[in-house]
Write a protein that binds this ligand. Structure first.
Ligand SMILES: [Zn+2]
Length: 283
């Protein structure tokens, strides 16, 4: 197996199990640092069409689960989408677009999950299932939140998305960080066995994300930013109880706004946040 980004066949096997598929290993390229599963072809589109991402949740529960992220993402892009034509690629339950449509000129969802078709219709959000259905149109802003890591051919898909951008248009990408402190500093075994998941084919960091975008013509990186979605209480809970959900149990008395900010800044300074966001501009 060779690295998708740099072609090197020099890699190591990372600690940790893929939680829903014990035939897969998690590999890390020794040359560029890209983290990837040992088989990239085990999932096809029908997996997403059949609501595997939202298993068991109805739309309301799904929206409830994403509301904090939806709000943060909306605040981040609000100024740049006013009166603009935007696409959210891999829009899930549509929580971000429901907010965005209040200020944008038009919003379009690209989402495979068939369960949400009716919900999008009711909310007057145009939904397509593939980029090529957007024929003869150009957009100002395209967002892709936690989607890139699911794609087996991300460069090909990014090229299609960039083609749909107007000149000067922006592409905003958010992915989980392969250098998450729980994996690389605290080396929490339970977290390693929880976070690796078969639909997450690739795991990027700020460096490999930049390498990836260098392979996409016509687009230039404006910045890469580290974000911490889960606060200190969550990490302490993993370290003491080997379980998620610490922020719900302990957050009210551990995570002051000041501490949240300081912890995020500290993890950012060493590249070990749980999330990375990149902004690109079409030239
Ligand atoms: Zn590599």
């Amino acid at each position: 197996m060779t690295c998708y980004l740099c072609g090197s066949s020099d890699y190591k096997v990372r600690d940790g199990k893929v939680r829903d598929n014990d035939t897969l290993d998690v590999l890390e390229c020794n040359n560029c640092g890209l983290v990837f599963l040992s088989n990239l072809g085990h999932i096809d589109e029908s997996y997403y069409e059949d609501s595997s991402m939202s298993e068991g949740l109805d739309v309301k529960e799904w929206l409830n689960e994403t509301c904090v992220d939806d709000e943060r993402r909306f605040e981040f892009v609000k100024e740049m989408i006013i009166n603009k034509d935007i696409i959210d690629f891999g829009s899930g339950a549509g929580g971000f677009l429901l907010k965005a449509k209040e200020v944008a000129k038009s919003v379009t969802a690209i989402e495979l999950d068939n369960k949400i078709a009716e919900h999008y219709k009711q909310n007057n959000i145009l939904r397509v299932t593939e980029i090529n259905s957007l024929e003869n149109e150009r957009y100002d802003v395209i967002t892709a939140f936690h989607v890139l890591e699911h794609l087996s051919e991300p460069i090909e898909i990014l090229k299609l998305l960039v083609f749909k951008l107007k000149k000067g248009g922006k592409l905003i990408v958010e992915v989980p960080n392969s250098e998450d402190a729980l994996l690389t500093i605290y080396k929490n075994e339970a977290f390693s066995n929880f976070t690796y998941w078969s639909p997450h084919l690739f795991f990027y960091n700020s460096k490999t994300l930049q390498l990836l975008f260098k392979k996409v013509d016509g687009v230039e990186m404006e910045f890469v930013k580290h974000i911490q979605r889960y606060p200190l209480s969550n990490h302490l809970h993993w370290l003491s109880n080997n379980k998620p959900g610490g922020h719900q149990k302990w957050g009210s008395f551990i995570d002051s706004p000041e501490l949240k900010k300081a912890y995020e800044a500290q993890l950012s300074s060493i590249g070990a946040t749980d999330t990375v966001v990149a902004q690109l501009i079409k030239r």
